[in-house]
Design a binder for this molecule. Structure first.
Ligand SMILES: [Zn+2]
Length: 481
């Protein structure tokens, strides 16, 4: 995400409590209910316990004129415990049916059976006809419909399903994806995705990964089948419907590109995206091979969002990106955030500090301020170098935001980048760039926490960096030079 246009309000989310009752079945397996949250320090009800998702197949039929969505989600998951019931996160919408297909008794696939379900707040509790065994791979099919809605974050920003003048966009950081599909909505449970969007003829439908097919669906509608084989955190899923100008190509290094720009921004947007192929290859040179099968960008009608978001393979921008740095920021997230994802929302600086530092590296190598000049500017509050230099970057330690309203706060971005610059100062350029590449490679397509990074940095560089962590990452006081 890029915070430069965010306004913040304090509005802590109320966590709804859900009482679960143990299902009583005739099965010999004795399951118990899966937890209704993963105890994230800031979003305790996000995600669910007892299973891990392997794959989401989302079939979404959207009517832009009426704002109505008809969806079918088939979620393939592995039970991590015996389950009598389990939860999915879903906000709003009407659930029409839920069926579960277990492994069956003889090791083959069983048949779908209708499941009991109930809803409380954003929790959809599913009770399969038979308890699920630990280790069992099962499929849950949820058929749902309605008008999906935007959600307001604790920091006052808007996410979820947002309508535009002729379509809509689904974005999910941190918990908005539950407003357009049921799932295990926490970054620690990443999965592969197939998202098929069916829209009226003449509309484009863009999502993550690669477009597998674009086929007539009957009734004046077209189905766009998007395939994301690499693991994706659900907050990085997107679905964009509307009138768009699509361009495809390849970077000089060979990464396929697919971008969509809304027509009113076509000229400005294409100018802004002109350097994207070069940027992808530059970032691969700095951070290691591009982690996904394709890249690109989506330029939404201006004013759709208050921020840009690093949706996987294809970031969304609210209007043509206003600077090269903004484009580099969302691109760098493909390594830091999308491929290496946070274990919890407390680890947000691992996304934002790195993406901000990538901006400093880009300007350093392309005729702008060096990272050292950026670092110095923030210490001195010198807005001639960076207009954010006198922001409240020192308000809290980046590894310990005070609450959920602070996970996109300035310290997470700017002091997070300063942490990396302090490491660079300590270990020198060769060891520092080796560390960035090593980190992206070692945790490729996985999850990591702050403690994983600090341990890895010390091991990779062979240096004791405790003072950097104590002062810059965890210290309450404003650090000096
Ligand atoms: Zn960001």
């Amino acid at each position: 995400m890029d915070p430069r246009a965010l306004t913040r309000l304090a509005a802590p989310a109320a966590a709804a409590l859900l009482a679960l009752t143990t299902a009583c079945t005739g099965s010999t397996v004795q399951g118990r209910p899966g937890a209704s949250g993963l105890r994230d320090p800031y979003f305790p009800k996000a995600g669910n316990g007892g299973y891990e998702v392997e794959h989401y197949a989302l079939d979404l039929d959207y009517d832009p004129a009426g704002g109505r969505l008809r969806g079918k989600a088939v979620i393939t998951a592995r039970a991590e415990q015996g389950l009598s019931s389990f939860n999915l996160d879903l906000s709003g919408l009407r659930v029409d049916s839920v069926r579960v297909r277990g492994a069956g008794g003889d090791g083959g696939a069983g048949a779908y059976a209708g499941a009991r379900y109930n809803r409380s707040g954003n929790e959809l509790t599913v009770r399969p006809a038979e308890d699920l065994k630990k280790g069992e791979v099962f499929r849950t099919e949820v058929v749902y419909s309605g008008r999906p809605k935007p959600l307001t974050d604790p920091d006052g920003s808007t996410e979820g399903w947002i309508t535009t003048k002729d379509g809509a966009v689904g974005v999910g950081e941190p918990v908005g994806s539950m407003s357009w599909f049921p799932g295990n909505h926490h970054p620690s449970d990443k999965a592969a995705y197939d998202i098929t969007l069916t829209v009226p003829d003449g509309y484009e439908a863009v999502s993550n990964g690669e477009l597998r097919s674009r086929t007539p669906a009957g009734g004046g509608r077209t189905a766009f089948a998007w395939h994301s084989p690499e693991p994706m955190a659900s907050y990085l899923a997107t679905a964009v419907v509307g009138k768009y100008k699509v361009t495809t190509g390849r970077t000089p290094g060979g990464v396929p590109l697919y971008s969509a720009v809304e027509p009113a921004a076509a000229e400005q947007g294409e100018r802004a995206l002109a350097r994207l192929p070069e940027m992808v290859d530059w970032a691969a040179g700095r951070f290691g091979p591009y982690p996904f099968g394709s890249a690109g960008a989506i330029v939404l009608p201006s004013g759709t969002l208050e921020y840009a978001l690093e949706t996987q393979t294809r970031p969304v921008f609210p209007g043509a990106p206003g600077s090269e740095e903004l484009l580099v920021h969302e691109l760098a997230h493909q390594w830091f955030g999308d491929s290496v994802s946070p274990k919890s929302w407390k680890d947000m600086w691992l996304n934002e500090g790195f993406a901000t530092y990538a901006e400093w590296l880009w300007t350093e190598e392309h005729g702008g301020p060096t990272a050292q000049e950026e670092f110095r500017a923030f210490l001195d509050g010198d807005t001639a170098v960076d207009e954010q230099a006198d922001s409240d970057w020192d308000a809290f330690p980046p590894a310990d935001p005070p609450g959920p309203q602070d996970i996109s706060g300035n310290p997470v971005y700017y002091r997070g980048a300063m942490v990396l610059h302090r490491v660079r100062q300590e270990v020198g350029d060769a060891a520092f760039f080796d560390l960035l590449r090593g980190w992206a490679d070692d945790h490729r397509h996985g999850n990591a926490a702050t403690a994983d990074f600090t341990a890895y940095a010390q091991e990779r560089t062979g240096r004791d960096l405790k003072k950097v962590w104590d002062v810059w990452l965890y210290g309450e006081d404003r650090p000096g030079a």
